[in-house]
Design a binder for this molecule. Structure first.
Ligand code: PGA
Length: 254
């Protein structure tokens, strides 16, 4: 896949961190440390309540894309506490995470719900970053392939074939998220290969080769370059290390 010329995507998932005020402070420092570059696509996923602050802070930096971490699949209605894809788009989001492992494992999101969220995102012209990944038990039980394909197929089954090219995927092994234990570049390549082969089966090799697959799980400034260089890895989804403006800028530059 090294022939692909697409720009690596470096995305920061802040999770439930940074108030609006803290978001403003982050961007003040981050936009000094990180200058626009042609060879990276940069996305920040703040909490929904901090999106407006991020949007204002990055007004003069359209090179930094913004997204939300979760949406509901319905457009509006009696869903207390939820936000819709259309609201996120109107508030300045261009991207949305779907199926992050914390949503699946802490909040009980199902494959089917993740599929509906991805479809809702596309309908609102947001780019969905659909996350898949196995737990340590599943990996030890040799179920990596089964789990990844079950999660991926649920997303692909929920959208028309001609919409698949608008997706971004993220492989995030659950055992590597927030643990300080990153997957090796070889582990990441193997998992990305499983996903890419399925995309090729469903849509053809050329379409499959165009779809970015990010790696996430304990990415740090000092392992970012080797993970990004791994075969089939088109970018990084960074959690904890994206909270530090200088550190996130270093990861982008890796
Ligand atoms: P981490 O999180 O980088 O803190 O491991 C990654 C993620 O959950 O997206």
């Amino acid at each position: 896949m090294s022939h692909r010329v697409r720009r690596p995507v470096i995305a920061g998932n802040w999770k439930m961190n940074k108030s609006p005020g803290e978001t403003t402070a982050f961007f003040r420092e981050f936009l000094r440390a990180h200058q626009p570059r042609e060879d990276r696509t940069v996305i920040v996923f703040p909490p929904s309540l901090s999106l407006a602050a991020a949007r204002v802070a990055a007004l003069e930096r359209p090179d930094v894309g913004l997204g939300v971490q979760n949406i509901h699949w319905e457009a509006s209605g009696a869903f207390t506490g939820e936000v819709s894809a259309g609201m996120a788009a109107d508030a300045g989001a261009s991207y949305v995470l779907a199926g992050h492992s914390e949503r699946r494992h802490i909040f009980g999101e199902t494959d089917e719900q993740v599929g509906r969220k991805v479809a809702a995102a596309l309908a609102a012209r947001l780019v969905p970053v659909a996350c898949v990944g196995e737990t340590l038990d599943e990996r030890r039980a040799d179920r990596l392939r089964d789990v990844l394909l079950r999660q991926l197929d649920a997303v692909l089954d929920a959208i028309p074939a001609d919409a698949a090219e608008k997706l971004v995927l993220a492989y995030e092994p659950v055992w590597a998220i927030g643990t300080g234990v990153n997957a090796t570049p070889a582990d990441a390549s193997d998992a990305h290969r499983i996903l890419r082969d399925r995309l090729a089966e469903r849509y053809g090799a050329s379409a499959a080769g165009e779809l970015p697959i990010l790696y996430g799980g304990s990415v740090k400034p000092d392992n970012a370059a080797e993970l990004l260089a791994a075969d089939g890895v088109d970018g990084l989804l960074v959690g904890g290390a994206s909270l530090d403006p200088a550190g996130f800028a270093r990861i982008i530059a890796a």
